[in-house]
Design a protein around this ligand. Structure first.
Ligand SMILES: [Zn+2]
Length: 154
């Protein structure tokens, strides 16, 4: 097996711009998902009765059977860590004083990638239950960042 090692002489970052413009819309499912996040601090999925599969974030069509999905379910604000990673440098390549922790958190049959907070790096483990911490209602804008981070539950 060959291990690939990063060239220590390589720059940490390349500064520049990509001339890409686009406009992303949330779509019908995303609009309701983010509106409920903003207005009610709840996380919604959609359930496919054919496949008994709950999509999080909500989807409007089932990827498996292509059914249109209109059964909305509140999946709660607590999920378990499926995988995680530590970020030791910022976008400029500067070493962070404290690593940021990013995790994939299972909710329904899907989940969200988000930051962890109120936790020390050595406390993070796969399977740990974590709970969404929302911004105050006046600060929420209908974005995934309306959730500040997930913290250990309970
Ligand atoms: Zn289905």
């Amino acid at each position: 097996m060959t291990l690939l090692h990063r060239d220590p002489q390589a720059p940490q970052v390349w500064a520049g711009e990509l001339p890409v413009t686009n406009r992303y819309t949330y779509g019908i499912a995303g609009e309701k998902f983010f509106r409920t996040l903003k207005d009610e601090a709840r996380i919604l999925g959609t359930h496919c009765p054919n496949c008994d599969h709950t999509y999080v974030p909500a989807a409007i069509f089932c990827e498996r059977c292509l059914s249109k999905l209109d059964e909305w379910v509140d999946v709660g604000t607590i999920g378990d860590i499926v995988t995680y990673t530590f970020l030791h440098v910022d976008l400029e390549g500067n070493r962070l004083a404290k690593p940021e922790i990013v995790a994939f958190i299972r909710l329904g049959d899907g989940g969200l990638v988000h930051l962890l907070g109120e936790i020390e790096p050595d406390q993070v483990e796969i399977g740990l239950l974590v709970e969404a911490v929302f911004k105050s209602k006046s600060k929420r804008s209908g974005s995934i960042l309306d959730i500040r981070y997930f913290k250990p539950a309970g």
